[in-house]
Ligand binder design. Structure first.
Ligand code: YH5
Length: 277
């Protein structure tokens, strides 16, 4: 069971979280207005394609990406959340800033997806007494430095232990297990070998008693394995990785290509029976 805000999912089939990036429109002077409009259009498209959750991000979490100011992040995401107030799926906000969490939840978001797993000062307090869903992700170091020689003695054990401790901290703050999701954080302070080890042994993470989310879509590990330079050429590789994650217990997949993922999961689900239809 996964609860976020007014939504409840029984997880009898894997859920698709569609990625909505709110990035400034460099082509026009319309600025905030046009980037919000484009993001809202994109979000509606993803719901039409079958997204179960939308993940809205105003700051790029890609390796080495420049941080965005609090004011800028709020200006990017709030018009998008407000513009989507009639949508029939939960909105997740991809942020690590407590002020953004509060403002997004007040504006109608139902979930917080935090690459820092609520380790930034004030983040736990911003969400503990709300009813939002929470995604706790593992990351080694920070987005600026994480891909500079990532190192682990035992990546699967260390990521598992980190997520176990974060779930415990949230439970100690009074957060119901039904609100939590864990994520090994593919590509966040990990080499290709680390990512492959985590995916290979993803099943081990299900013992923490909360759903596992996997974000593999278009990531550089897909590029490394296929030689596909451009992100839009990574669909087949992404589907393969995403389906593998689901076969190894992932209950939520974070993807850019919702329609294709929906089809791949429909075929997988039919083979697995699990009596849908
Ligand atoms: C995730 O895994 N990822 S943002 C680099 C790419 C392509 C895509 C080099 N937020 C996750 O999607 N939140 C991001 O090509 C996330 N889990 C959760 N929970 C990075 C991203 C990407 C990076």
């Amino acid at each position: 069971m996964f609860r976020c805000g007014k939504y409840t999912f029984d997880l009898h089939r894997p859920l698709i979280m569609g990625v909505v990036n709110v990035t400034p429109d460099s082509f026009s002077d319309g600025g905030q207005f046009f980037s919000a409009t484009a993001a809202i259009e994109h979000a509606l498209q993803l719901v039409e394609e079958g997204a179960d959750i939308l993940d809205i991000g105003g700051e790029s979490s890609r390796p080495g990406a420049a941080p965005v100011s609090l004011a800028e992040e709020l200006q990017r995401i709030l018009p998008v959340i407000e513009g989507l107030n009639q949508i029939r799926v939960p909105l997740s906000i991809d942020t690590y800033k407590p002020e953004v969490m509060r403002a997004a939840l007040d504006a109608g978001a139902s979930m917080v997806n935090d690459i820092w797993a609520l380790r930034q000062p004030g983040a736990l307090e911003a969400v503990a007494e709300r009813d939002c869903g929470l995604c706790l992700m593992h990351m080694q170091r920070d987005p600026q430095q994480m891909q500079q020689a990532p190192h682990y003695a035992d990546v699967v054990r260390e990521v598992h232990e980190f997520l176990r401790m974060r779930v415990q901290v949230l439970r100690d703050h009074g957060v119901a297990a039904e609100r939590l999701v864990i994520d090994p954080g593919f590509g966040f302070g990990k080499t290709l070998e680390h990512n492959l080890a985590l995916l290979r042994q993803l099943e081990l993470f299900s013992d923490l008693g909360v759903p596992v989310l996997a974000g593999l879509s278009r990531k550089s590990m897909i590029a490394q394995l296929t030689g596909r330079e451009r992100a839009e050429q990574r669909l087949a590789g992404s589907l393969s990785a995403t389906l593998t994650a689901v076969a190894r217990g992932a209950k939520i997949v974070r993807v850019h290509d919702v329609a294709a993922t929906r089809d791949a999961l429909a075929v997988w689900q039919a083979i697995e029976v699990k009596s849908e239809r």
